[in-house]
Write a protein that binds this ligand. Sequence first.
Ligand code: FAD
Length: 418
Amino acid sequence: MKNWAANLTYSSARVEHPRTLAELAGIVAGEPRVRALGSRHSFNDVADTTGVHVQLDLLDDGRPPLDVDPATGVASVRAGLRYGEVAPALHAQGRALTAMASLPHISVAGAVATGTHGSGDGTRSLAGDVVGVELLTATGEVLTLRRGDADFPGSVVALGALGVVTRVELATVPAFEVRQDVFTGLSWDALTENLDAVMGSAYSVSVFTSWFEPDVRMVWCKSRVDDGVGAAPTLPTGLGAVPATRAMHPLPDVAAVACTEQGGVPGPWFERLPHFRLDFTPSLGEELQSEYLLPRSAGPDAVRAVRALGERVGPLLLTSEIRTVAGDDQWLSTTGEDSLALHFTWRQDWAAVREVLPELEAALLPLGARPHWGKLFTVPVGELRGRYPRFADFADLAARLDPAGVFRGGYVGQLLAG
Ligand SMILES: Cc1cc2nc3c(=O)[nH]c(=O)nc-3n(C[C@H](O)[C@H](O)[C@H](O)COP(=O)(O)OP(=O)(O)OC[C@H]3O[C@@H](n4cnc5c(N)ncnc54)[C@H](O)[C@@H]3O)c2cc1C
C-alpha cells in the first residue's frame, strides 16, 4: 500500500479496518507492532510500521459519528472522519471550526497528530481546536485526556505514538461566512517590506510564489464577512497588486475547477478556508511537499534566506506557499508560538529535492525552523528532539502509555529511541 502521493510504500504486513472497539482492541492486544493510519496524506514515514496498520474508516463505536454538546459547543467526532465530512455536519448545526487545512480530504486524527494547519494570524493549527482525545492504549485501556489534564499537551500532536485515537473533541464557534479574493502582481520588495501587514490583511492569507520570479505569484485573502462587513481586503491593491481576473489554482497552468470559490463571493467557512474542494483531487497528486515553521520574529529573515536560494529551489517547485499560524501549547507542536510557515510543493523528483533540502535547512534551522511532521525533511532525529523543549515529557508519556513500543514505527520509532 502506498501513501496518497505514491512516493512511499508502507512496510506493514496488512491493513485492518476494525468495525467495533472490541475488534480494534483485539488487534492491538494480539500484535507486537500496530499503527493507526489516517487518510495517507503524509509524505514521509511518520505513519509507518512493520506490523499491522489500522484504519478507522469503518469503526462504529456505538455513539453518533458527530455529537455537539449544545451547552459547550464541543463536538465529539469519530477520529477516522475526514474534515470534509465533519465540517458540513457542524455547519448544518450552526457551528464552525476556526481553521481548515488547504484540503478537507484528511482524517481528523491524522491531521491533528502531525500539527496540520491552515493560515491566519489569529488561528491556531487544527490541533488548537482539540479539547479532548479518547485513545486505546497498548495495554487495552481506553483513556480520555482533556484540556486541563497534565498529559493533555502531549496527547494531540502525538504522531500516533501513544495509541489509537478513537474520538476527538473539537471546540466550535458559531458558523460564519468567508469571502475569498485572489490578487496578483505584488512585487517582492512590497512583500518583504510589508510582510506582517500583508499576512495580517485578512482572516486567512496565503502567498504563493516560486521565489525567483520578479513578483510573488498570488496573494489569497480569505476574509470573514462579519468582521470585514463584506468588503474586499484593500492592502494588496494598496501595495500595487491587482485582483485576479479569473479563478486561480495554487499551481500555475492548472485549471481552478478543484478550488473553492473565489472572486469575493461569500460562502460558508468550510467552502472557503480550504483551497481545495472535497469532491476533487487536491493539489496535483504527482508531487512532494516540505514545510518549515518559524517564529514570526524570524519571518522576514527566513523569507530573505529562501529568496536568496531562489535559483536553487525555484526550478524544482510546482509552487510554494507562505502562511501564518497562531501558537498553541502542544509539546510537539511545530507552531508552539506565533509562526510563519514556508511550504514547498515540489516536482516529484526525490533525488533532486533531497539535494536541495539540506541547503534550505542550513538556512532556516538557525532561525528556529521546525519541519512539518508529515512532510519531507532531512533534519536528523537528534536535531529534531532538541527543537522541542518539552520533548523529554513527550517521550516519558509515550513510554508510560506504550512501554513495549507497540506504536513505534517509521521515523517516530527512531525519534523515541534516543
Ligand atoms: C495535497 C495535500 C495538501 C496538504 N495540505 C496541508 C495543509 O494545508 N496544512 C498542513 O499542515 N498539512 C497539509 N498536508 C499534510 C497533511 O495534512 C498531514 O500529513 C496530515 O497528517 C495527513 O493526515 P492523514 O489523515 O492523511 O494522516 P496519515 O498521513 O495517514 O497519518 C499521519 C499521522 O497520524 C497518525 N494517525 C492517524 N490516525 C490516527 C489515529 N486514529 N490515532 C492515532 N494516530 C493516528 C499516524 O499514525 C501518523 O503518525 C497536505 C497533504 C497533502 C497530500
